[in-house]
Design a protein. Structure first.
Length: 739
């Protein structure tokens, strides 16, 4: 196993890595990366040329110093703008903002007290006469805020996403005046090209060209997002930027086939790359793909592939310091590194090893692995290069000749249909612990080393051991958990017993019918379930028929199969519940009062009401008793529901109460709380929700009975975990110290 580090010039990577690593370790407390510093030390020790070794040592220390200095500068930029109300002046260019149904939003440069910085802005108003082809000059008042972090463990972080784009503040404008100016900008070119594709190409092909060549995702793309995500194609179109690298290789390939010389092809690809960079905008994924490809013009006599990799890493880190925070930067550089520094001298083996080496990245970020993803990595470079070069060549024919459009569009849909079958081979792994991922790489490298030194193919068979052990680590977790998932203004509760013997879900949350934006569960519940390695839900309990409780049931079922769904007699009189369950093909069960379901060493009991109409006061009342702890789940039950409980279960007392109706004053009466005497009260509600939940009356009642109150809008995920030998532990995404 040589990692391609035999050339003398390869030591250049050592100071570059020390620069990047020192930044990441200190900025994000990624101390496991210190293992790479150990590798750097071993590499320095192995250098035999004393002059070379001295230069490398000096370079490493210089890299560490530069990394820490650069981090200090970035921290200063992060705090350049305040978190307060302010009068600001803001400019935004065509392609950087959108106007939809009176909602103006986008990215622009804000000017405040002789300071300027890129921000994400929004403004809600009526009759905004804006031409999206013009530059906007906005002046008004607004409140600066820090972008939101994760809502759940392993969930989407707006803060991290914007950091990658060097955006550290958001501003919500409350008062606005604006001016427009029609000036030629590169944003107009992007808008023109997007409009051109939409006008002259079928919808599926227009989406392909926009995603691949412009880096833009349209409505068709988001309709197909489930397909792209589960097949692994999402990585090319959305995250990595590798498509731009493949595109330049394709341009170079076409140039040579048309009779161009090898020397001129490098300069031609550089010109095309710079043109794309100016047209498409200065984005991290585009910049790293173009830079790595364009550095081919450097004389190979003095610069190895590893040197070009090092230069790309160094300069992209300078311009985009948080690029390695997300999946795109991590995968791009990992794949590029193993292209320029193959693990083995055997070419076929390297192709086989590449998907094995990138697999943990998919586990960490997407919690799953597709068979199609693995196959695509085996042939990724050659196939994508030829497809993209052919796409450039075919574009004029697609625009001019209708029969060609139909044929290519048909085969494209056929390809997506075939890809769609890959969901049958989707392996939901969850997010493994960092120690397991480190152990995974250590085992893989050791097995490859033994294979290389002892030349026995049998060692490669044992690669299946770290893959299965790490991939199934979440599935065989011995802990029991009761989790109140943060689904914003809604309810969803996960019950998972050791080794996933029983996985129950109570409600899914869902977007209210008058709300805008994407589905709630796609951003909160589904990623959380997958991050825990849950590939099947054995039982689902629909407490009642409100959107914020079962609105996303079908979306969850599409991603994670549900074996049985339970509801009360008469609940199908609720229209939403009825129409939802009509589309549900699995077994549907009507609950009987005091029916019990085994869970771990305890049970979940349905207390009632046995019959209802799917409304708030008919909400299922469920009682979980496990390991000397009792939970009461009350849905949106109001006063009638509470009176039913007080009458039928006058002696029941509870340790943990799921506060009904998100803390509305129509529930949680003092009489009810005084009888059940909860020690902990969990309120599931959305941050700054329009209903002002929880209400002061409910919070006051909970205080009177000495219940410790936990809210998902403040704490994010709230999880009660029973560890073997450690008993119960309360875990929240945001602790009081972090808040």
């Amino acid at each position: 196993m040589h990692l391609g580090l035999k050339k003398l010039s390869s030591w250049y990577i050592l100071p570059v890595l020390s620069f990047v690593l020192s930044f990441l370790v200190v900025a994000f407390h990624l101390y496991f990366l210190l293992l790479i510093f150990i590798w750097l030390g071993l590499k320095l020790f192995s250098l035999k040329n004393k002059v070379l070794k001295s230069g490398a040592v000096l370079g490493v220390f210089l890299g560490i110093f530069l990394g820490l200095f650069f981090l200090q500068q970035e921290k200063r930029r992060e705090n350049l703008l305040p978190i307060e109300n302010a009068s600001v002046y803001l400019t935004t260019f065509p392609g950087d903002y959108k106007l939809k149904e009176g909602y103006l939003s986008g990215v622009g440069t804000v000017y405040w007290k002789n300071k300027k910085q890129k921000v994400k802005f929004s403004y809600q108003g009526k009759n905004i006469p804006v031409n999206e082809n013009n530059i906007l000059f906005l002046e008004g008042e607004g409140a600066f805020s820090v972008p939101e972090g994760e809502e759940n463990d392993a969930g989407f972080s707006e803060k991290h996403y914007l950091k990658e784009q060097k955006i550290y503040r958001k501003i919500k404008l409350s008062r606005l005046t604006f001016k427009e100016k029609s000036v030629f900008t590169l944003g107009k070119v992007r808008l023109f090209l997007a409009s051109f594709f939409q006008k002259h190409l079928p919808e599926n092909l227009a989406s392909f060209y926009q995603g691949t060549f412009l880096g833009q995702k349209d409505d068709y793309f988001y309709e197909q997002k489930y397909l792209y995500s589960n097949s692994g194609l999402w990585t090319l179109f959305s995250f990595s930027g590798l498509q731009f690298f493949f595109l330049l290789e394709g341009v170079n390939y076409l140039w040579l086939r048309l009779g161009g010389t090898q020397e001129r092809s490098r300069f031609f690809s550089l010109i095309v790359g710079l043109l794309l960079l100016f047209i498409l905008g200065f984005k991290s994924n585009l910049f790293r793909g173009l830079l790595f490809s364009s550095l081919n013009i450097l004389p190979k006599k003095y610069f190895s592939k590893l040197d070009r990799f090092s230069l790309t890493l160094f300069f992209t880190q300078l311009f985009f310091p948080y690029q390695l925070l997300g999946f795109g930067g991590q995968m791009s550089f990992l794949v590029s590194f193993f292209w320029v520094c193959p693990i083995s001298e055997k070419r076929c083996l390297n192709k086989f090893l590449l998907p094995i080496l990138v697999m943990p990245l998919f586990w960490w970020h997407f919690f799953q692995w597709s068979l199609f993803t693995g196959l695509s990595f085996l042939f990724l470079r050659k196939i994508m290069t030829k497809i993209l070069s052919a796409s450039v060549f075919l574009l004029p024919f697609l625009v001019l000749f209708s029969p060609v459009k139909k044929v290519i569009s048909y085969f494209y849909d056929l390809f997506l249909t075939v890809v769609n079958q890959s969901h049958h081979f989707l392996w939901i792994t969850g997010r493994p612990a960092k120690i397991f991922i480190l152990g995974y790489f250590l085992c893989v490298f050791l097995l490859i080393y033994f294979y290389e030194t002892r030349n026995k193919k049998s060692y490669l068979i044992f690669l299946i051991v770290p893959i299965l052990f790490t991939g199934f680590s979440k599935r065989f977790s011995p802990v029991l958990e009761v989790t109140f998932v943060n689904v914003r203004q809604g309810d969803s509760i996960l019950l998972k017993s050791p080794f996933q013997k029983e996985v129950y879900l109570i409600d899914t949350g869902g977007k209210l019918p008058f709300s805008s934006g994407p589905s709630v569960s796609e951003q909160t519940l589904i990623p959380y379930l997958k991050s825990r390695g849950i590939s099947k839900i054995h039982k689902f309990f629909a407490t009642h028929g409100d959107y914020d409780h079962i609105g996303d049931l079908l979306l969850v079922q599409r991603e994670i199969p549900i074996e049985k769904i339970y509801y009360q007699k008469g609940a199908l009189e609720n229209e939403l519940l009825k129409t939802t369950l009509e589309k549900f093909s699995k077994e549907k069960m009507i609950l009987k009062q005091n029916e019990k379901f085994p869970f771990g060493k305890g049970s979940l009991e349905f207390l009632g009401p046995e019959k209802g109409q799917g409304e708030n006061d008919d909400s299922l009342i469920l009682n979980l008793q496990v390991h000397q702890l009792s939970f009461l789940f009350t849905g949106d039950g109001e006063k009638v529901s509470e009176q039913f409980f007080l009458k039928n279960y006058p002696k029941v007392q509870i340790d943990v109460l799921k506060v009904a109706h998100h803390g509305s004053n129509t529930s949680s009466s003092l009489e009810f709380l005084q009888q059940i005497k909860p020690k902990i009260a969990v309120i599931s509600c959305g941050k700054n929700n329009q209903f002002n939940h929880p209400t002061p009356e409910v919070l006051d009642n909970l205080q009177k009975v000495n219940a410790k109150t936990l809210r998902t809008d403040e704490r994010g995920t709230i999880r009660f975990v029973y560890y073997p030998f450690k008993k119960w532990q309360l875990e929240t995404l945001v602790s009081p110290l972090k808040k």
